[in-house]
Design a protein around this ligand. Structure first.
Ligand code: G4P
Ligand code: NA
Ligand code: NA
Length: 191
């Protein structure tokens, strides 16, 4: 997605060989116009899949997921990282391992929002090692619903996430694929 690549070039900050800061439009301040275009792009890529719901992870997955849900006309459910006071019954939970923090955290969604005939699109802001996406897949697979695909805003293609998800048979659509962040340079995968 050309517009997104341009935004990353203009406003992304390379923090290290592995980390890209995008808090000017995705992780802190949000660019609604860009999010709308991201939603349109995901909607187009998955338009023939009969998506009935979107599942994402708070907090940065919510903006692109909601825009996609708006275009597709389907609800969006975000997995929570902290237990909610009011959300206690019928919880589906999965573990997310963080390589950077070397810790495991639990994420959860309420099972009442997933129905057996649901065709689910998973959306997240970043794909690195794939642990968050796998946990979202795990949540859905505890129900009778089907994961139809995974939509990622920014994929770090030099990390293992995409391959891991492919090996498990999932379709991954990433709107920007970063080949390298080495030497303070952002290069994209040539497609
Ligand atoms: P890991 O397995 O790759 O180590 O993932 P880790 O749990 O460390 O990821 C922690 C957070 O960092 C996640 O967001 C993830 O989306 C994000 N992330 C991973 N790589 C990058 C990157 O290069 N740049 C940026 N900006 N973020 C990255 P989160 O903690 O769930 O935060 P949020 O959704 O509330 O924003
Ligand atoms: Na993030
Ligand atoms: Na995230």
């Amino acid at each position: 997605m050309e517009k997104l690549q341009q935004k990353i070039m203009d406003e992304g900050i390379v923090l290290s060989d592995t980390v890209l800061k995008v808090d000017r439009f995705l992780n802190h301040q949000i660019d609604p116009m860009l999010m709308k275009q991201i939603g349109e792009e995901f909607a187009q890529r998955f338009e023939n899949e009969g998506i009935t719901k979107i599942v994402t992870l708070e907090s940065s997955g919510i903006a692109p997921a909601v825009m996609t849900g708006l275009i597709l006309g389907v609800p969006v459910i975000f997995a929570r990282k902290k237990k909610s006071l009011t959300l206690t019954e019928g919880l589906l939970t999965a573990e997310v391992y963080s390589f950077t923090k070397q810790e495991t955290n639990e994420i959860s969604i309420s099972s009442k929002f997933i129905e057996e005939n649901d065709r689910i699109l998973i959306i997240d802001d970043f794909l690195a090692n794939g642990q968050a996406a796998l946990a979202l897949v795990d949540l859905v697979n505890q129900t009778d619903a089907t994961v139809v695909g995974i939509g990622i805003v920014i994929e770090k293609s030099f990390q293992d996430g995409r391959q891991l998800l492919h090996e498990k048979g999932y379709r991954v659509e990433s709107l920007a694929r970063i080949q390298s962040l080495a030497s303070n340079q952002i290069t994209f995968v040539k497609e």
